[in-house]
Design a protein around this ligand. Structure first.
Ligand SMILES: [Mg+2]
Length: 404
């Protein structure tokens, strides 16, 4: 078997450059955690010493001329899906490893010319999506990832010849192997295992003793023996959340209810986009000078229906709300996500026809006119929020994670 690994170069920054070429060649940082941290940076910004995860106030000192942008996971997801489609044209079996990383099986004609295949995939993605990516092809997943990681940026490398493999492994520190961080490297060092080649040449049983079964699996992979299988089903997100800071302190339950409905509408958009339904809803409230509270309701069956989720959300808010407490943050979270398919409805569930018709009409109108052109009346208590167009974009929302 021959395995390919594709990884987009500085993906979030490159994605921003796709829609705004002004950013090309400039130091760019993408911000997360409510704008507090640099979660991705361009090579220009990296050269000035800015690190991923660094607070914005430190980064601005190192790179005052940098351009800092809020993250937009929805846009990154759109590009990710298009990359996945292109890789799928070259390889029938593709594993979605993360938003900008895929593994794929190289077969057919590609087997004869893996180097050309690596280049062809890289160049087509660059031509059609204007995204720079690096592709590595090797005998195992671990080797493919290792070779593509060290070929960045805009690299295309296929290494199937064992002599060449070992020549490259000799030059790479063992920490380059995904799964061997500095602590594990420290445990290997006393045995003279410093490079990837030392690791490959080490006694398998010794590796097992030091790094357990996980390390032993890596040892097999580094020696060209593929034992990590391809996972062809895209893993589901664990949680989806919408919410964030309210901008002001709120104790009025009517206003909080409006916020809840707004966040729920946005959460449902996200569920629909990823074609998943939820079995559990949670509302989390952050307070000024008081501990956070949460309300949680399990649902009778998996759903993305507004009417059912609104009923659950009302109960959640009632559990979480404390009279007189000042709320500063709210998150509406969907847990226990399931992929579409047939649903066993509960006995007393209202018929889906009416709510589905309304949901479809709302979706179609908003797709044509604007994201919040048609929204639930309960959100009318937040006129200031809807009056500002920038609030139609998501700043602090996460997929599979959330930050407070
Ligand atoms: Mg990447």
């Amino acid at each position: 078997m021959t395995v390919g690994h594709l990884d987009a170069d500085c993906f979030y920054v490159s994605a921003e450059r796709v829609r705004d070429p002004f950013l090309i060649g400039k130091p760019v940082g993408v911000l997360g955690n409510q704008g507090a941290c640099v979660i991705a940076k361009s090579y220009e910004m990296k050269a000035l010493g800015v690190k991923t995860g660094e607070p914005i106030w430190d980064s601005v000192k190192k790179c005052p001329e940098g351009i800092y942008l809020k993250r937009d996971f929805r846009w990154y997801e759109v590009l990710s899906r298009r990359m996945l489609d292109i890789v799928g044209d070259f390889a029938p079996n593709v594993e979605y490893y993360s938003i900008d990383e895929f593994f794929f099986q190289v077969e057919g004609n590609n087997r004869k010319a893996p180097a050309q295949a690596a280049e062809a995939i890289r160049d087509r993605i660059n031509r059609e999506l204007r995204l720079p990516v690096t592709v590595g092809i090797a005998r195992t997943r671990t080797l493919a990832k290792l070779f593509s990681d060290t070929a960045k940026p805009f690299g295309a490398r296929a290494v199937l010849d064992v002599t060449e493999e070992r020549r490259l492994l000799e030059k790479m520190p063992v920490t380059e192997i995904t799964g061997i961080a500095s602590r594990n490297a420290q445990r290997l060092a006393p045995y003279g295992i410093k490079t990837c080649l030392d690791f490959a040449n080490a006694d398998r049983k010794l590796i097992n003793r030091i790094l357990t079964k996980t390390g032993e699996a890596l040892w097999y992979e580094i020696n060209g023996c593929p034992i990590q299988p391809m996972r062809l089903d895209r893993p589901l997100h664990k949680t989806m959340a919408r919410g964030g800071s309210l901008g002001v302190k709120v104790s009025d339950p009517q206003i909080l209810y409006s916020w809840m409905v707004r966040n729920l509408e946005r959460l449902i958009e996200e569920l629909e986009f990823h074609q998943v339904r939820t079995c559990k809803l949670t509302i989390w409230l952050g307070h000024q000078d008081a501990p956070s509270t949460a309300g949680q309701v399990p649902l009778d069956s998996q759903t993305d229906r507004f009417d059912l989720l609104l009923d659950a959300a009302k109960q959640c808010l009632r559990q979480a709300w404390r009279p007189g407490w000042m709320v500063t943050h709210m998150h509406v979270m969907a847990d226990q996500l399931r992929r579409g398919g047939c649903i066993q409805r509960s006995l007393f569930e209202p018929s889906p026809e009416r709510p589905e018709t309304i949901a479809r009409a709302k979706r179609e109108v908003n797709e044509r006119i604007g994201r919040f052109a048609l929204r639930i009346g309960a959100t009318r208590h937040l006129p200031a929020i809807y009056a500002v167009p920038s609030n139609s974009f998501d700043l602090c929302d996460g997929v599979g994670m959330f930050c407070f």
